[in-house]
Design a protein around this ligand. Structure first.
Ligand SMILES: *Cc1c(COP(=O)(O)O)cnc(C)c1O
Length: 465
């Protein structure tokens, strides 16, 4: 503690990163009053699945630096691609100009994406990818040549949905803790109940429910289809609300209902895309073809900010016309089509192909789930372990039999995160859900260490909470 009389720090001394951070920064989703009292972890380098602090302590990056990293840190192929592009040009505008990595990446994304998607619109984060999809869907219905329907101007989304933090993305969000404050700023939407089976909103018990829940979507579409432009969904897995999973067949049922009721299906694969669920895109598991597809997070392998909104030819065509018809999509960002980010994304896709990343995932996924069952399956504080591929949520409960949750104020998740850090593991639990989202490149011994670490932290924190 410094006393009022302690001499001022001489201006010649270099302040530490921690000092500068606490003096000048404001962190996302962080109570800064707490942050200012803590010693921040300063990451100075990374390699593979590990991040290192200034003292050289290694931390297993169990959340893929919040769901973005795929092939580990300092991946040679991506490092080289960015350097090579840097030797040409770092950035040029996409207004009236184009560039080779952006054009080539668009072709590769269209080749990889579910059928029917024909055009790529770039931006630089997941929230803007969703904003763009919403605005495209809205404008599309106004401009259809054969049957314009401007009254189709509303959106549907699920309860517990997370689509980003800008105002449009927040409007289609369904997480009360994050979104309720901004209610007055948001446009009205229709929120549909999500089949959170462990805490079934209809009081059914999975698997005897037999997709009862699809009836809710059908009823909502029947009532609101005439005024609804699109239905925004996180395919298979709602990530940010705690890895809530759709029951099998649910996604394709929702997609069919949207098609039948003439409502655009907007798939937000910002979290699920690029291999996390075991396939390149989650939609593939149920052969779903969305009208708009939002991609970001893993698109550059976790290297640079980039996002893409993919649209069908049908949607694209509705924006064509003579200039003075003003059918243009008046939207863009300063860094649209950034060549460095697109070069990183191309290298990311090369890694998928050259290293057969998806083909080599199944044994890793099986190992992870076997470890989870073994170390946590019967734990009294573990209510449910759920997820898809390498996306896992472990919901902790005070009472396994009654499913009574820990009160949020007990901050069980936060405390587990801290306990894990002292073991050299980085995870960021969400509420009472411990989320594992390791890089696709994580090895089996590293997965074992990750799950054992979680077991130890759960033992330590949950027995006295
Ligand atoms: C992270 C996320 C977003 C927002 O992406 P940002 O890059 O953080 O703006 C949108 N949708 C989903 C499903 C996400 O997981």
């Amino acid at each position: 503690m410094s006393s009022p009389k302690s001499p001022p720090v001489p201006s010649s001394s270099t302040p530490s990163t921690a000092d500068l951070d606490r003096r000048y920064l404001w962190h996302p989703f962080t109570q800064m009053a707490d942050w200012e009292c803590e010693e921040p972890l300063v990451i100075v380098r990374g390699k593979g699945a590990f991040l290192y602090d200034a003292d050289g302590t290694a931390y297993l990056d169990g959340s893929s630096s919040i769901w973005v990293n795929l092939h580990g840190h300092r991946k040679g192929a991506i490092d080289r691609a960015i350097r090579a592009q840097l030797g040409r040009v770092a950035h040029s505008s996409f207004l009236g100009l184009t560039n080779p990595p952006a054009a080539e990446l668009a072709r590769r994304l269209i080749e990889l994406a579910p059928g029917g998607l024909e055009r790529v619109f770039y931006s630089d984060n997941g929230s803007t990818a969703v904003e763009i999809a919403l605005k495209m869907a809205y404008q599309y219905w106004r401009q259809r040549r054969t049957d314009p329907r401007p009254q189709k101007s509303h959106f549907m989304h699920f309860r517990h949905a997370y689509h980003g933090d800008t105002v449009g993305a927040v409007s289609v969000g369904g997480i009360e803790l994050f979104h309720e404050t901004f209610r007055g700023l948001m446009f009205p939407t229709t929120q549909v109940e999500f089949p959170y089976c462990y805490r079934c909103p209809w009081g059914k018990t999975y698997p005897s429910c037999s997709l009862h829940c699809v009836g809710d979507v059908e009823a909502a579409l029947k009532t609101h289809a005439a005024t609804t432009a699109g239905f925004v969904v996180e395919p298979l897995v709602q990530g940010a609300s705690g890895i809530l999973c759709m029951p099998p067949g649910y996604l394709s049922a929702v997609a069919d209902l949207c098609r039948r009721h003439d409502v655009l299906l907007i798939a937000d694969e910002v979290a699920t895309g690029f291999g996390r669920t075991g396939r390149m895109f989650a939609c593939e598991h149920e052969s779903v073809q969305p009208d708009l597809l939002c991609l970001s997070k893993g698109i550059t392998g976790g290297y640079m900010p980039l996002a893409a909104t993919l649209a069908t030819g049908n949607i694209y065509d509705a924006f064509l016309g003579r200039y003075d018809e003003f059918r243009t999509f008046f939207h863009g960002h300063s860094y649209t089509g950034n060549p460095l980010a697109c070069a990183a994304a191309l290298a990311n896709l090369d890694v998928f192909r050259n290293e057969a990343v998806l083909e080599r995932l199944p044994p890793r996924i099986d190992h992870l789930w076997a470890q989870l069952r073994h170390h946590l399956g019967e734990h009294p504080a573990v209510g449910e372990i759920r997820g898809r591929g390498l996306m896992v949520g472990i919901e902790l409960v005070r009472d396994r039999a009654t499913r009574e949750p820990f009160p949020l104020a007990a901050q069980v998740g936060n405390r587990i995160g801290r306990a894990l850090r002292s073991q050299g593991i980085l995870l960021r639990p969400i509420g009472n859900v411990v989320v594992l989202m390791p890089p696709l490149s994580i090895t089996r011994p590293q997965l074992t260490r990750l799950v054992r670490g979680v077991r130890q932290a759960v033992d330590q924190i949950c027995t006295d909470s």
